[in-house]
Design a protein around this ligand. Structure first.
Ligand code: PLP
Length: 397
């Protein structure tokens, strides 16, 4: 059976040439980059070359790139690491405000939830609401920043619906109120799909993850602007300037670097491919399915990731549809992979004001550059067949 993968926001398949790079280096580069002899030095050179590649795609200096195990760790290191530094070095002497949004990935949201438990003493935590297209209200954002605010963390692009926030404008507003506020951005879903330039955004810290743009899983990076201090989350050797100790995952780091180069070189081309695929799919959904089921688009029309389309098939339980599609070799999800085993409706859709019963009908299609129009035609055909054969559309039938 032909398999069609339409869940690229969960993870992307490893690019073939990157897979070859991994195979090539896996046996060759076993030296520890901290070792002083030749095979160690070669590993060090390759790790540093990769750091340059990562720096190039986000437009920073290589000294500002810290390798991590991926987006989750980068987000934790940025938020907890910067707050721990401030606390440790006496800059937190009263209750301080920290701000995020209601639609963050759990690797940010749950850190803030944890900090709100500590908050009785230390933090006044603000979770900003979003509008029904998944955008932070600028007025609410502005008014949330007070003289006690020390940290803001807002994602660049949402993993479930694709809304792209105006981070540059937000950073400007925050810094004009208080230049010492630290602004972190989770750019895990943005990188590889849209331009991410830390200088242009004037951001202090930014998280990225290799497996969202055809690199290997379990490797990512945190950009930390020169002058911003973070305290490590765990302690050990001197790797990554002691901010993130532990022997480097050399081969994955190398492959991550290649994935960054490929994403940078093909950004415009890939953007067009993905935009076309999404439009093609969306038009076809309405054309072929509108008569049998009410289709509601949850993703914004503008300022949206080119590959992300979140849809409600009204009255159809998404878990059931996902499972029936999976039996046909078509892979989609109802939202974040991290919450897919939970029966709770998506916190993102609820924050957008989508009623709970409708949120249970949501499917996220996230396309990739290897998808073909014929895959999408087949997907719509199969959805139609599944709905009709199983009489899932009883509300419209
Ligand atoms: C927006 C966002 N942030 C962070 C992460 C976590 O990244 P990782 O899987 O590399 O830990 C994800 C993964 O889905 C994500 O979509």
């Amino acid at each position: 059976m032909e398999e069609i993968y339409l869940d690229h926001n969960a993870t992307t398949p490893l690019n073939n040439s990157i897979s070859r790079i991994i195979n090539k280096y896996d046996k060759l580069l076993y030296g520890n980059p901290s070792s002083p002899y030749k095979i160690g030095r070669i590993s060090r050179i390759e790790v540093e070359k990769s750091r340059e590649k990562v720096a190039r795609i986000i437009n920073c200096s290589k000294d500002e790139v810290y390798f991590t195990s991926g987006g989750t760790e980068s987000n934790n290191l940025a938020i907890q690491g910067s707050l721990n530094y401030l606390r440790r070095f006496g800059k937190i002497n009263a209750k301080k405000r920290i701000i995020t949004t209601e639609i963050e990935h759990l690797s940010v949201l749950n850190v803030f939830k944890e900090l709100s438990k500590e908050g009785v003493k230390n933090y006044d935590v603000v979770f900003l609401p979003v509008d029904n297209s998944g955008f932070v209200d600028m007025e609410k954002f502005k008014s949330s920043i007070d003289s006690n605010t020390i940290l803001i963390s807002i994602m660049l692009a949402n993993n479930e619906v694709g809304s792209i926030q105006s981070i540059k404008e937000m950073v400007k507003i925050a810094k004009s109120k208080n230049k010492n506020i630290i602004f972190h951005c989770d750019a895990v879903q943005g990188l590889g799909k849209i331009r991410v330039d830390v200088k242009d955004l004037e951001i202090d810290m930014l998280s990225i993850s290799s497996h969202k743009f055809y690199g290997p899983k379990g490797v990512g990076a945190l950009y930390v602007r020169k002058g911003v201090n973070i305290y490590p989350l765990f302690f050990g050797g001197h790797q990554e300037k002691s901010i993130r100790p532990g022997t480097e995952n050399v081969v994955s780091i190398i492959a991550f670097g290649y994935a960054c180069d490929m994403a940078r070189e093909n950004l415009e081309k890939n953007y067009k491919i993905l935009t076309n695929l999404k439009k093609f799919f969306k038009d076809m959904l309405f054309e072929k399915l509108d008569k049998i089921v009410n289709v509601r688009v949850n993703s914004p029309e503008e300022n949206c990731l080119p590959n992300t389309l979140n849809i409600c098939f009204k009255g159809i339980d998404s878990e059931l549809l996902i499972s029936l599609l999976s039996q046909q070799g078509i892979y989609v999800s109802s939202g974040s992979a991290c919450t897919s085993d939970s029966l709770e409706p998506s916190h993102v859709l609820l924050a957008m004001g989508i009623p709970e019963n409708l949120a249970h009908n949501a499917i996220r299609f996230s396309f990739g550059i290897e998808n073909k129009k014929k895959d999408l035609i087949l997907t719509v055909k199969k959805i139609k067949k599944i709905i009709l054969e199983n009489k899932l559309n009883f509300s419209k039938a």
